[in-house]
Design a protein around this ligand. Structure first.
Ligand code: FAD
Length: 310
């Protein structure tokens, strides 16, 4: 424990020298949309490529465990806390610029909503589907986020990445291994620094109307009034998680404040003070019931961050 404390001090000093915001003992529920998660040893908000290039290889060299967070909108974090460092790639690393008539260069921490509005302001179409997904560009590329018939793979032209030793590379779209909620980054562990997004010229009024329509769909169908990580389960081959959950009579089933939403059965929500244990218990009940009654295997979509062996 003493050993980790000294290493955390070294990372903190380096981060502060780079002008990054640091927070020892940060409470991670404040950094996730589920509003669940205990303390970590250190949280650092990365503020530029140099902060990635200096701090991540340093954590590697010191053997300090660490995670990269974007907006924390697809994460389930242990309420008992996480040892090590959390590096947040968020609004402190958020830059957007036009490269040419139809291409945008965007850093990983940029909120997708900001990117969508930038595209709209420049009369560029293709990202309407992403408006309302509450993540960052980095998290969206990592997950190949998608909705309403669109996916990141349709618009990402290339990605600039860094490996965990600080080596930088650029991959074109055909090297990104995109599939449903999957990219090469799911396995490679590389860090996404920025991406080029290629869109088409469009009519601003039409783009806006489409964005507004999709946002309204979200508001009317999804329990946005409660903390969650969006869809809790991936779509199983041949069916829909929400349909199976509803057919199994699981709407409204809860463990403590963790509840299968009545408004949208694909969402597990935090109705107040749900903790990690209750959430995992409820997810397990849903998986077992659906398997038992329908034969379908449900897989959790959000990534689970815990020191425990599950
Ligand atoms: C209300 C709600 C609605 C949602 N709707 C949708 C939807 O319609 N479609 C959809 O696909 N998802 C949806 N989601 C889930 C989520 O918003 C997306 O998966 C989003 O892309 C995650 O981005 P993030 O920045 O929050 O990533 P995080 O949740 O912080 O992280 C997700 C993963 O990405 C990794 N990561 C983040 N940044 C980087 C980086 N720079 N380099 C390398 N790895 C990185 C993290 O380490 C982690 O493994 C929804 C969530 C909520 C709460």
């Amino acid at each position: 424990m003493m050993e980790l404390t000294g290493k955390i001090e070294q990372i903190t000093a380096e981060a502060e020298a780079l002008g990054c915001y640091t927070e020892k003992g940060a409470v991670l529920k404040d950094y996730t949309t589920f509003k669940i998660g205990g303390k970590c040893d250190l949280l650092v908000r990365l503020n530029g490529e140099e902060s990635f290039a200096r701090l991540i290889p340093l954590a590697e060299k010191l053997g300090v465990p660490y995670y990269i967070f974007g907006r924390g909108s697809n994460l389930i974090v242990d309420s008992d806390g996480i040892s090590g460092a959390i590096f947040v790639s968020g609004t402190d690393f958020s830059d957007i610029s036009l490269i040419d008539d139809t291409s945008i260069l965007c850093t990983a921490g940029t909120p997708l909503s900001r990117l969508c509005i930038f595209a709209l302001d420049n009369g560029l179409s293709g990202l309407e589907f992403a408006y309302g997904i509450p993540g960052t560009l980095g998290g969206a590329v990592y997950m190949n986020a998608g909705a309403y018939g669109g996916e990141m793979k349709d618009v990402v032209a290339s990605v600039r990445v860094m490996d965990r030793n600080g080596c930088i590379a650029e991959y074109p779209a055909d090297k990104l291994d995109f599939s449903y909620r999957h990219s090469r980054f799911t396995e490679s562990g590389e860090i996404i620094l920025s991406a080029v997004i290629r869109l088409k010229k469009g009519d601003k009024a039409q783009i806006k109307a489409q964005m507004d329509e999709l946002m309204e769909k979200r508001r009317s169908k999804q329990p946005l009034e409660y903390p969650s990580a969006g869809s809790t389960f991936k779509r199983p081959e041949g069916s829909y998680a929400s349909l199976l959950i509803e057919q199994c009579g699981l709407k409204g089933v809860h463990v403590g404040d963790a509840e299968v939403s009545v408004k949208h059965s694909g969402f597990v929500i935090n109705k107040g003070n749900a903790n990690f244990k209750q959430l995992m218990e409820l997810i397990d009940i849903v998986k077992k019931t659906v398997k038992g009654k329908t034969g379908y295997t449900l897989e959790c979509e959000p990534l689970i961050i815990t020191d425990k062996k599950l």
